[in-house]
Design a protein around this ligand. Sequence first.
Ligand SMILES: *Cc1c(COP(=O)(O)O)cnc(C)c1O
Length: 434
Amino acid sequence: MPTSFLRCFNTACAAVYPVTEVIYNCPKCGGLLEAAYEKPTWTATEMKRTFRERRMDNAPINQSGIWRYRELYPFLDSDEHIVTLREGNTPLLDAPRAAKYGGLDQITFKHQGFNPTGSFKDNGMTCGASQARRLGMQRVACVSTGNTSASMAAYASAGGLQPIIFIPHGNISYGKLAQALEYGAQTLQVEANFDQILALVRVLAERLGIYLLNSINPFRIEGQKSIAIEMMDQLDWNPPDWIVLPGGNLGNVSAVGKGLRELKEHGFITKLPKLAVIQAAGSAPFYDYMAEAGRTFHSVTHPETLATAIKIGDPVSWPKAELEIRTAGGVVESASEQEIADAKAVIGAAGIGCEPASAATLAGIKKLTAAGVIRADEHVVAILTGHVLKDPDYIYRYHTGQLKDPAGSAIAATFGNAPTVVPNDADAIAKLLG
Ligand SMILES: *Cc1c(COP(=O)(O)O)cnc(C)c1O
């Protein structure tokens, strides 16, 4: 295994630290950290063959769609620390009608909702929890009411660690919090907003020796690289023209971009796909920033969107996301609540389904093809980030015409599919069914 280390992402600093140091920001300059490795000794051809052979193997770490590719994130010193629920292995799905809706000849969805806890957070959390065990930590924590807490609770409990979740008072997403409770997380509700709680948790983590698994943790980004790696393996290492994904904290686009750059560096692929990030219009600081040359980054004080997984006003990973978008000539787009809701129904009607944040992809693609940024004949892979059942209340309201945006305006049930009330009468029902 090549030597691994933590490096400050701020190129003016570029300080390096041992991979075993418990730090979340650069102690010298406060910048973001990333995992980095010495040059590998294997060749891409050897690795491609090994990755394929492992798919036929019953060993848990080879069945995992993350750890199968472990040479590409070799930060552990021993496989015995690995916590796996057989994450990854998520399918590529074609959806002709969704392609047509998006203005494309063809679309492929990479559906991360097929993960053990129903979102791509599992790809990163298997790495974060494994690193926690390697460091000898007993407790792990995060601030989240969403997929991060569901995933962290599952991986911590599966790995014999105690998960602690901090949530703001009120404003709770019950579907996801329910998973965290079921997976055994100790859950603390604090009378403060998200940013205040994060500051509090950082103090507590240091004082009590608790390992933080919020998306600032560089090992989560390492695990999420596997989304790009597995996708390329499934495409026989032929990159698509575009990869489209929703953006909240912007950790995932940072991870996918880093994964692709490293694959190209190591000779697995010969070109980089362009990345398109779609934000919800009411929560789009990165879109605003990238739309205007020379602009400084401003967070959004009161982010609003029903797509709660991307309702983030102050995304931690924006500098990394900017590098990844600019590297291959990508774009950032935004989508309205109506556009996201309609795109979601179209993905559902294809028999696939996803949670609201994931549908921002198709909503954004529709706008980008209309603007001529993405051509109809280009190969586009959209990453569906979460499972359809994460937010059932949203679905029922949409299809019955009761969904309202955060400002209280009605969202039209453009592709509504409401249940029909019928009498207990065979003749009447037969007539209705034709
Ligand atoms: C976390 C999450 C996102 C946003 O990902 P970021 O890395 O925060 O940009 C999008 N969709 C779903 C379902 C998520 O759980």
